[in-house]
Design a protein. Structure first.
Length: 107
């Protein structure tokens, strides 16, 4: 049986891993990840959890609440403010467009 997650605690507290502040020339990604590690898990946004998970930070604590997001709101990716672009094929076009065009030309 798993223990319930205390969402009032930060990753720093849960992992007992307090890191020094990033240097002044650190990238925005490093500075953001550092700040998010100090924020209580219950206050993290979908985008904040995504950023930390993509950096392999606190997976043991972040994956359970992250998996709840699509259950609650299947369109949560739309809420992150990021515009999702369709995958591109090798020809530089959007997948499916090249196939449609070649089908129309062969008719």
């Amino acid at each position: 049986m798993t223990r319930p997650l205390n969402r009032d605690r930060s990753l720093e507290e849960l992992e007992d891993d307090r890191r020094p502040a990033p240097s002044a020339d650190a990238t925005r990604l490093v500075a953001t990840a550092h700040a998010l590690r100090r924020k209580p898990i219950g206050e993290l946004t979908v985008e904040g959890m995504r950023l930390l998970i993509r950096q392999n930070e606190g997976l043991l604590y972040l994956l359970p609440p992250a998996l709840e997001v699509p259950r609650r709101d299947p369109m949560a990716a739309q809420l992150s403010g990021k515009r999702r672009t369709p995958p591109r094929n090798d020809l530089g076009g959007v997948d499916g467009q090249a196939q449609k065009m070649s089908f129309q030309l062969s008719m």
